[in-house]
Design a protein around this ligand. Structure first.
Ligand code: ADE
Length: 323
C-alpha cells in the first residue's frame, strides 16, 4: 500500500538569498525537528505526545500513527480522511489545527495544536455537571466549530465530550476527524466533467456501510438507514448539551445494543431541575427525523443561547469559571 504523503522527511529547497547567494531552505519538517515529551493521549491506532519545535520552541501535540497496525487493521482510508479533513479546516479557533505531516519507516506523524486543558469529558467528570452559564458558553463554542466544519463540507460523525479538547484559555478545540465524512468542498471550483449535485451532499454509494461513531451519541438515522448527514452532528450536539447539564448522556444502557434500542425509541428523560430553555432546545435536537431537527441558524437564535454574541467575539471572550 502506498501512503499519499511519501516524500523526504526533511525536504530542502535551493533558494537565492537577498545577496544572491545560493542557500538551502528547509521546506518540510521531520521527526528530528522536534523534542518529544510526555504522552498526552493514547488511542487504538495512535499515541499523542507533547513535542517542542527545536527552532521556535513552540509546543505541539504530535499524533503518531503506527503504519504496520494501520495496514493490518485496514485503516489507511481513515488516516487519510483525518489528514484531508484537518487540511480543509485550518484557521478556525475551535478546531485542532494541523501544522505539518511527515513520516518515517514505522510511523505517520501529525503535528497538531496542543490543547493543554485536556478533554471536556475529564473536566465534566471532575466537577460532575455544568451550570447553565458554562453549558451555554461551551455549547456556543462547540456549535460555532460545527458550523465551520459544515460550511467547509465536513461531517464529524463522532462528536462527544472526549473529542472536545480545551486549550490553556479553556476554549474548545474539536479533534479526532478520523471518522469524518468529507462532502465536496462548497468553496472549491466545481469539476465541469461531473454533473451537478442537487443535494449538496455526497452521492450515496451502494457499498455496505459500517458503523462509525460512539454508541451513546450515534444518531437514529445512522442506525436505521446507515446514513449520516450534517444533522447527525446536531443530534450529537443535543446529547452533549444534555450531558453537560446532567453529567451523563441521555441514552445510556448496559451494552451497545440496548443503547441503540433507546436511541431509535427516543427513550430518555429529563431529571428534575433541568433548565426549561435547555430542555426545549434538546427536545428540538433529539428528533428522530433528521430533516425536522433545528438547523444551526435556528439553534443560534434559540432562547437558550440568548446573550451569546456569535462570531469571532465568542473566541475572545473569557471562559466562565466552572461551576
Ligand atoms: N490528546 C489528544 N490530542 C491532543 C491535543 N491536540 N492536545 C492535547 N492532548 C491531546
Amino acid at each position: 500500500e502506498e501512503w499519499k504523503d511519501r516524500g523526504a522527511a526533511v525536504g530542502m529547497k535551493e533558494e537565492y538569498d537577498a545577496s544572491g547567494k545560493l542557500v538551502l531552505r528547509q521546506v518540510k519538517k521531520g521527526v528530528r525537528d522536534f523534542v518529544f515529551g510526555r504522552t498526552l493521549g493514547e488511542g487504538s491506532y495512535s499515541t499523542v505526545l507533547l513535542a517542542t519545535d527545536r527552532q521556535t520552541l513552540k509546543e505541539y501535540a504530535v499524533k503518531i500513527l503506527d503504519k504496520k497496525h494501520i495496514i493490518k487493521e485496514k485503516k489507511i482510508k481513515y488516516v487519510n480522511i483525518e489528514k484531508d479533513t484537518l487540511n480543509r479546516l485550518i484557521e478556525h479557533p475551535g478546531i485542532v489545527r494541523l501544522y505539518y505531516t511527515f513520516q518515517d519507516s514505522s510511523s505517520l506523524y501529525y503535528v497538531l495544536d496542543v490543547a493543554s486543558g485536556g478533554e471536556l469529558l475529564g473536566v465534566l467528570k471532575k466537577i460532575g455537571s455544568f451550570d447553565e452559564e458554562c453549558t451555554r458558553f461551551y455549547g456556543a463554542q462547540i456549535l460555532d466549530a460545527i458550523e465551520h466544519m459544515h460550511n467547509r463540507g465536513v461531517i464529524h460523525r463522532d462528536l462527544k465530550p472526549e473529542n472536545v479538547l480545551l486549550d490553556d484559555q479553556m476554549h474548545i478545540k474539536i479533534t479526532d476527524f478520523g471518522t469524518a465524512k468529507l462532502l465536496p468542498d462548497p468553496r472549491a471550483p466545481r469539476d465541469p466533467t461531473k454533473p451537478y449535485d442537487v443535494t449538496g451532499e455526497e452521492q450515496e454509494s451502494t457499498r455496505a456501510k459500517s458503523f462509525v461513531g460512539t454508541a451513546e451519541y450515534v444518531s437514529p438515522e445512522l442506525l436505521t438507514d446507515k446514513n449520516a448527514c450534517k444533522a447527525s452532528d446536531l443530534w450529537a450536539f443535543g446529547c452533549i448539551i444534555y450531558q453537560l447539564l446532567t453529567g451523563r448522556p441521555p441514552f445510556k444502557a448496559g451494552n451497545e445494543y440496548q443503547t441503540f434500542q433507546k436511541i431509535v425509541g427516543l427513550e430518555y428523560e429529563f431529571p428534575l431541575g433541568f433548565p426549561p430553555a435547555a430542555r426545549d432546545l434538546v427536545e428540538r435536537l433529539l428528533v428522530l427525523d433528521p430533516s425536522r431537527r433545528l438547523t444551526i441558524e435556528h439553534i443560534k437564535n434559540h432562547e437558550f443561547f440568548d446573550g451569546i454574541v456569535w462570531g469571532r467575539g465568542l473566541w475572545r471572550q473569557k471562559a466562565p469559571r466552572l461551576k
